[in-house]
Design a protein around this ligand. Structure first.
Ligand SMILES: [Fe+2]
Ligand SMILES: [Fe+2]
Length: 138
């Protein structure tokens, strides 16, 4: 089961804090995937899932603070996307509790973190970075 996911330069937004946080999300996701593949129990995997979920929530809060500070015109719609992702992230806890730390958890986490998040970085986080670069310096 291929689970390791590498942050690559193709995901760079050019905003250093944001890029560092994205790298950390993928690092934490890989720790979780590895534990699942090694057959760790739900009790052992639960803190790793929480570690990933809490970091992603912190990342969203940090990005939204940057959007507000920069008066980013797309900040409300970007925030809605974060909220939707956060709700799906929270559902992973139910998957773990009901189905254990098996293939289902890996598949759904992979779909969220690698699928949804990569897409979000490429479109939405990059759009904000572009806005930062293009606006006149105050
Ligand atoms: Fe982001
Ligand atoms: Fe974002």
């Amino acid at each position: 089961m291929p689970v390791a996911f590498q942050w690559t330069a193709s995901l760079a937004t050019g905003v250093p804090d944001v890029d560092d946080q994205h790298k950390e999300i993928f690092r934490r996701a890989n720790v979780l995937f590895e534990a699942c593949v090694r057959g760790k129990s739900a009790e052992e995997v639960r803190p790793l899932l929480e570690y990933l979920q809490s970091y992603i929530r912190e990342h969203f809060t940090a990005e939204e603070a940057q959007h507000d500070a920069a008066r980013y015109p797309g900040r409300v719609s970007h925030r809605v996307l974060h909220r939707t992702m956060a709700a799906h992230l929270a559902e992973l806890t139910l998957v773990l509790e009901e189905a254990g730390a098996g293939a289902n958890l890996v598949r759904l986490t992979n779909r969220l973190v690698v699928g949804w998040l990569v897409n979000h970085i490429m479109r939405e986080d990059r759009a904000f970075a572009e806005y930062l670069r293009s606006r006149p310096t105050p």
